[in-house]
Write a protein that binds this ligand. Structure first.
Ligand SMILES: [Zn+2]
Length: 174
């Protein structure tokens, strides 16, 4: 397994719609394993392939809290097939928008269809934190970041700060 570099916003690669994977083969399994290692190393609860520069519809998650048994999930071509009318608001962050958090409102429960690690078609229901994370990661596959759910004022503020931080980094390493 290998740790992959995580792309941070603003970056055009985070705005592209990712391609479906034809099948979960050895190459996709490798990508899933590398993404999981990258996510754990970054202390994240989810990661989508576009965040490591791969235009593939692949996400990994683990919403287990510290001290709980790990619950790694590796999904390809996830598709939300139903959403509850009930909404929930959670404080979201993102490994591609480091150090920024905001309240985002989304459906509280979802039903999902996906390909698992064995290339089997599966369905699952999710609620609470898992449902929120799944929707956040699936958004990434469509080039949507959590800030895209905010007002343009808030989004602009966060993206300007990130762009400024990036310029600072570039100067420091120049
Ligand atoms: Zn994210």
């Amino acid at each position: 397994m290998a740790k992959l570099p995580i792309i941070t916003a603003p970056d055009p690669r985070l705005k592209i719609k990712a391609r479906p994977v034809p099948a979960v083969d050895a190459e996709i399994r490798q990508l899933m394993d590398d993404m999981m290692e990258t996510m754990y190393a970054a202390i994240g609860v989810g990661l989508a392939a576009p965040q490591v520069g791969k235009s593939s519809r692949v996400i990994v998650l683990d919403v287990a809290r510290e001290g709980e048994k790990p619950q790694p999930l590796k999904l390809a071509n996830p598709e939300i097939i139903s959403r509850s009318p009930e909404l929930t608001t959670g404080n979201e962050g993102c490994l591609s928008l480091p150090e920024h958090y905001a309240e985002v409102t989304r459906p509280e429960k979802i039903r999902l269809r996906y390909l698992d690690y064995q290339n089997e078609i599966r369905e699952m229901e999710a609620s609470g934190l898992l449902a929120t994370c799944l929707q956040h990661e699936i958004d990434h596959l469509d080039g949507i970041l959590f800030v895209d759910h905010l007002s343009s004022l808030k989004r602009g503020m966060i993206l300007r700060k990130l762009a400024k931080a990036k310029r600072g980094e570039a100067l420091a390493t120049a």
